[in-house]
Design a protein around this ligand. Sequence first.
Ligand code: NBP
Length: 474
Amino acid sequence: MAQHDIAVIGLAVMGQNLARNIARHGFKVAVYNRSAERTRELVTTHPDPNLTPCFDLETLVAALQPPRRLLLMVKAGEAVDRMIEQLQPLLAPGDILIDGGNSFFRDTERRATALAQAGIHFLGVGISGGEEGALHGPSIMPGGDRAAYAAVAPIFEAIAARAPDGTPCVAYLGPGGAGHYVKMVHNGIEYGDMQLIAESYDLLRRGAGLDAPALAEVFATWNQGELQSFLIEITADILRARDEESGQPLVDLILDTAGQKGTGKWTSQDSFELGVPIPTINAAVEMRMLSAQKEERVTAAQTLRGPAARPAHEPTALIEAVRAALYASKICAYAQGLALLRAASDERGYGLELATVARIWRAGCIIRARLLDEISAAFTAQPDLPNLLLAPAFAAAIAERDAAWRRAISAAIAQGIPVPALSSALHYYDAYRSERLPANLIQAQRDYFGAHTYARIDRPGLFHTNWSELVRRR
Ligand code: NBP
């Protein structure tokens, strides 16, 4: 019986599809779900000699060859702790428990430390690609004990997405919660990217008067060039889809309140913790919150006045400006996410290689995009690059688009169309390239009311001034 290569626990969309993917690659998979119906459904709907249903954890664990490898695909949070509690008494030192869900990296670190006491290895593995990716090839972001990872690497390498150069989109990233941390930041960048695309869509819809079918063409064209990415591709598809009953573009019938499960918020929270600015990702998280205040917005729309959108007669120039703005802003969103990864890695000893992170995001995951090839190349050429914006290829790409980027944002502001992600990216760029920011005044204010002291540009040391007396003395 102890002949199975791995167990998959939790057979909702992700677990089912990963189990099928692993089985299809020739590994013997024992599967288990808390409620037995899902287990039965999987093996009846998708029978595979490599998939063995188990209906209790004792049978499941006994079905595995040692060291046992178990992949948890249950809901992040409480469910993971409950499963660990039930599994731990059944496991032996050297066994490897893998959490493939979207767990918070600090939970992963806590669980890994607790299980290490019993000699059980705990790997926190981010898996991206949704339902399709899980079945046909996700991007996999593993963290934890390196030797334990080596024991599961052949399975992950077999099932992961392949980048255009044929390499699997998986690589050991670092100890502790490194894998889940990278997945969290991946999701933060995903939030940013989605918001940037949504703002571009809104600017062209309201500011250029384009309807959904026309916008579908715009996005499909963009997907042939530098913006080529999964999110642009699906946006073109979405804009093309019509409601079967009314025949109207389906996107126009969808309520404008966006949901969120927490990974974007965690990214923002940790950026504050580490003191790393990620304004475009934060804008995306905040715009989901503002979108959720639908009732208040409807009321405010009746009372608050601003400029009305005036669609341009000739939309071509605005379309080109928005394309440039979207690409330049996208570079900034990635730059922010990668800078956060760098800081977290330094602070927590993850030892992340950003070239590797970008490399495993090139296929399978939601933020897969053509520009990741160049990002990976930039960090390969200069592993300690402090910010992606400083890579010569990206500095040049932004410089080329600088004027159009500003034109697109000016058009949005003039017409009262909110573009907080696009404009936050531009402000990030302008602030990052400012040799002198107005923080001198802030330091003076802090010293004025709180005697917080300030440093000077003309001599070393810390200074305090009695500002009101100094002014009075003049
Ligand atoms: P869900 O996140 O919807 O979780 C459902 C699974 O968790 C079911 O198998 C359910 O069992 C199990 N479960 C729950 Br809920 N509470 C449990 C408990 N106390 N003990 C044991 N099992 C419990 O599933 P999913 O959408 O497949 O996602 C799985 C993980 O992958 C999550 O962490 C998710 O965030 C992550 N993820 C999802 C996606 C995606 O596109 N959906 C993409 C990337 C990552 P039951 O059937 O008995 O209720």
